[in-house]
Design a protein around this ligand. Structure first.
Ligand code: ADP
Ligand code: ASP
Ligand code: MG
Length: 814
């Protein structure tokens, strides 16, 4: 004997019900009990309609029409026209009774739990009847049975308690006396001893099926639903979740208790005691193996088996000095909740006994506050206990696994993962069975928390990085191309899945929640909404993705002013924009501190030497205990390019222009030529070496005539270079005369920094510096005489983009 239960989606319409029939027809057993839910959505609709009628809102009639139509239409689509009349007339007569009940509620303007149960029971009553008639007309040996005649309960309406003795006998008798192969009945509905309709709680059709399975000692209970089993997390929220092959009753119970709605929590009980296996299957993919639930799970397999969550949670806390050492407070607290049918989902108690805190459904919170305050009225009046505190808009997430108890470090990993992603934890509970660790968090953080935990515990360390890129000029567009080219490699080799979720330039911005296609981002961006820095940040925050990284490829101070807001939300920042790190020391420090406090890396390798690993090397030197004594460097790829190409045969202005056109200078070339850019770089190196320096502390022996320094725009700047050509030619000649080359050198020693043009003689390390190369000599306590040298291309969009990319990857490995 087998019991098959089909949920609301599985029987939502004629097409789905046809799948159901095909599945049932193929069952190779002498007896099959088919338990069905109401047509998908009907239970909700019935409750809504009843609510409207009770509020004397005439709209209930429209809803009733929809309910009628859904059922009549299903009959017409499934049953051959010449055989419809019996089914249609029976269903119409039931719908008339339903209408009468609703009219009653409307006229008195009230609905009792008893009437509500009666009304809502029509969902399963009608669905099971229609499906059984469809089976019969499709030549299956089927019969319909009203489940209310088999499942007997007490009279607590809404969530009745089953009388197993009576129910088991009725189920056994009926099944053994029935000659039909297939018995179809509605789930969820039952009746009290006096015959009144009762229900088993939302999602209760699973329970009905389990009760019958236990009663008749069936061989297996199959729960057919719209997903291929019990997943490692809700597949609608975590895309990477996968079906668990095999799981124990206890684990399944724990997962369903904490929100894995695929199985109604009480379902396990009746089958657990008999040791009957449950299989969860997908009606729409019947060949998928699904999940098998038995006494013991497979020996191998993960320690953490699944992550579940319950939304609509509120915390209720009872606090007060008067609670300490007084027995019975907890008892009274739980008693009053239980008497009012408020079920407790999670409990935490501080060891000080100063407070008890429970997680309950948000629906119950207002009532809970009332009844608890009433129960402790006396203690509250004496100020021994404070009025109960309620916090709403929360959710519970739970890690579940039988073997978790024998593993250390799981909760540490759980909470550090959540912490890294800025998920605030409001309460924690670990079941004494140690089969679960649960945390209460803000409901806005659920998606991020589930995905980060899933990544941490299930995805073989594939880490998803979510990028928000501002600035797609020379550097930014190269970065996007490089990411596109490397996406596959990074996934396979570094287990990093990089997605670009948002892009903005100064005109427009665009977001795509699953990642922007990198072969067509220009088009998407052009069609985007109007760019706005604050709106961009708000969107990043609202999306609330794990491992979010803000990438600044601009040279704008307005953009660098926003870093603190990102870091404060635990969003990492990667930038090639030097403004923030060379601004006031306090601001630089603040950003570094925020990065530490919120666990969000702030990386700016490309601020010095483009893609060369200068800052990273420096960091490693310092971290390993070395101390910087002196830095000598040529840090301007632009100036190096200019002085390497400038000679008696061309003009200074033309070479600067060329450097600008080839992307070797800042958008404003004066920033390079005046030495400001080099000052910023040496300042950053000095700061990263541990010195507290301001830009004003740096000596700048500028070679530009004052007139050029005073210009206000690029055009004036270039024309001033043209006018002063003689000065530049003179510098060139002087260098030639001493067999030297002109290099713009930055120096830091004894806490002092300077920048300026120098004649570099032949033997010097800097003499042979080609093109736009940079070179840095680090003299440290460990490298006092022979410095550590880093040399290579120090400017250009391609290398800068690769430096930014390297920072992004560093965050991936963080
Ligand atoms: P039915 O109507 O068939 O009873 P439910 O909607 O009650 O179906 O339960 C199936 C749904 O449970 C899935 O569509 C999925 O959204 C949700 N769900 C939540 N957590 C899990 C999980 N861990 N594994 C599978 N499904 C889950
Ligand atoms: N129809 C009921 C509900 O929606 C029972 C069920 O589907 O399990 O809650
Ligand atoms: Mg269900």
């Amino acid at each position: 004997m087998k019991v098959l239960k089909f949920g609301g989606t599985s029987v939502a319409n004629e097409e789905n019900i046809t799948h159901v029939k095909n599945i049932v027809a193929q069952v190779d057993d002498h007896k099959v009990i088919v338990v069905v839910s109401a047509l998908g959505g009907i239970t909700d609709l019935l409750l809504e309609t009843a609510g409207q009628a009770a509020e004397q809102n005439g709209d209930y009639k429209n809803n009733l029409k929809v309910i009628e139509e859904r059922h009549l239409q299903t009959i017409k689509a499934l049953i051959p026209i010449d055989q419809q009349s019996k089914t249609l007339s029976k269903v119409k007569s039931e719908l008339n009774s339903l209408e009468t009940l609703l009219e009653g509620a409307f006229s008195i303007g009230e609905i009792t739990p008893k009437l509500s149960d009666k009304i809502v029971s029509y969902g399963e009553l009608l669905s099971s009847y229609i499906i059984s008639e469809f089976f019969i007309t499709a030549d299956l040996d089927a019969v319909h049975k009203d489940a209310r005649e088999l499942i007997k309960t007490n009279d607590i309406h809404g969530k009745a308690v089953v009388n197993f003795d009576l129910t088991n006998t009725k189920c056994r008798d009926f099944v053994s006396n029935s000659s039909n192969k297939i018995i179809v009945l509605g789930g969820f509905i039952a009746s009290a001893t006096n015959g009144d309709s009762t229900t088993l709680g939302r999602g209760g059709s699973d329970y009905t099926a389990a009760i019958i399975t236990g009663a008749i000692n069936a061989d297996i209970l199959e729960i057919w639903t719209d997903v291929s089993g019990m997943y490692t997390a809700n597949p609608k929220i975590v895309k990477q979740a996968r079906a668990i092959d095999h799981i124990s009753y206890e684990e399944a119970m724990e997962l369903s208790h904490f929100g894995a709605k695929v199985l109604y929590p009480p379902t396990i009980q009746p089958v657990l005691s008999m040791g009957i296996p449950i299989r969860i299957k997908n009606t729409f993919k019947p060949s998928d193996p699904g999940t098998l639930i038995t006494k013991n799970q497979l020996k191998e397999g993960k320690t953490v088996r699944g992550i579940s969550h319950v939304e609509h949670i509120a915390l209720l806390s009872l606090e007060g000095s008067g609670m300490v050492g007084i027995p019975g407070i907890s008892k009274r607290f739980f008693e009053v909740l239980s008497l009012n049918q408020i079920s407790v989902i999670l409990i935490t108690q501080a060891s000080s006994e100063h407070s008890i805190c429970v997680g309950i459904s948000s629906d119950d919170i207002d009532r809970a506050v009332l009844v608890v305050n009433e129960a402790f009225e006396y203690e509250i009046s004496l100020e021994k206990i404070k009025p109960v505190i309620a916090e709403k808009d929360l959710a519970i997430i739970a890690l579940v696994g039988d073997k978790m108890k024998s593993h250390q470090g799981l909760s540490g990993k759980m909470f550090s993962t959540l912490g890294k992603n800025n998920v605030n934890i409001r309460a924690i509970a670990q079941g004494a069975s140690e089969r679960n660790i649960s945390a209460v968090i803000d409901k806005e953080d659920v998606k991020k928390a589930l995905n980060s935990l899933h990544e941490e515990f299930f995805e073989e360390n594939i880490k998803q990085l979510n990028l928000f890129v501002m600035g797609v000029g020379n550097v930014g567009s190269k970065l996007l191309t490089q990411i596109q080219q490397q996406q596959k490699y990074l996934k396979e080799n570094l287990k990093l899945n990089i997605r670009v979720i948002g892009i903005s330039n100064s005109r427009t911005m665009v977001f795509s929640e699953n990642g922007i296609a990198l072969d067509s981002w220009e088009k998407a961006l052009a069609a985007g909404e109007k760019a706005d820095k604050t709106a961009f940040f708000n969107k990043v925050k609202e999306l609330n993705y794990r491992n979010s990284i803000f990438v600044d490829n601009t040279a704008s101070d307005i953009v660098s002013d926003t870093y603190a807001t990102y870091l404060g939300q635990s969003i990492s920042v990667v930038t090639c924009n030097k403004i923030a790190c060379s601004s006031e020391y306090n601001n630089y420090r603040k950003l570094k501190n925020l990065a530490k406090e919120y666990n969000a890396p702030f990386l700016f390798e490309t601020n010095v030497g483009a893609g060369l690993p200068i800052i990273d090397t420096l960091k490693h030197l310092i971290a390993s205990g070395d101390k910087v004594l002196k830095i000598q460097a040529v840090l301007s790829g632009s100036l190096n390019f200019v002085f390497n190409n400038f000679n008696a045969k061309n003009t200074f202005k033309d070479i600067v222009k060329q450097a600008q056109e080839e992307g070797y200078t800042e958008p404003d070339p004066k920033i390079d030529l005046s030495g400001v850019d080099v000052m910023r770089k040496i300042l950053i190196l000095a700061r990263e070496s541990g010195y507290q320096l301001e830009i004003e502390d740096i000596e700048n022996k500028s070679f530009l005539p004052q007139q050029a320094l005073d210009t206000k725009n690029n055009e004036d700047f270039f024309s001033s270079l043209e006018k002063n050509e003689a000065i530049f030619q003179e510098l060139y000649k002087e260098a030639q005369a001493s067999e030297s080359k002109l290099k713009y050198v930055a120096q830091f020693e004894d806490g002092k920094a300077s920048v300026g043009l120098q004649n570099i003689p032949k033997k010097h390390d800097f003499y042979n510096l080609e093109g736009s190369d940079n070179i840095v000599l680090f003299y440290t306590e460990r490298y006092p005489d022979q410095p550590m040298i880093i040399k290579g291309a120090g400017a250009g969009a391609e290398v800068t983009a690769s430096g930014i990319f390297a920072d992004i990857i560093r965050i991936g490995n963080f």
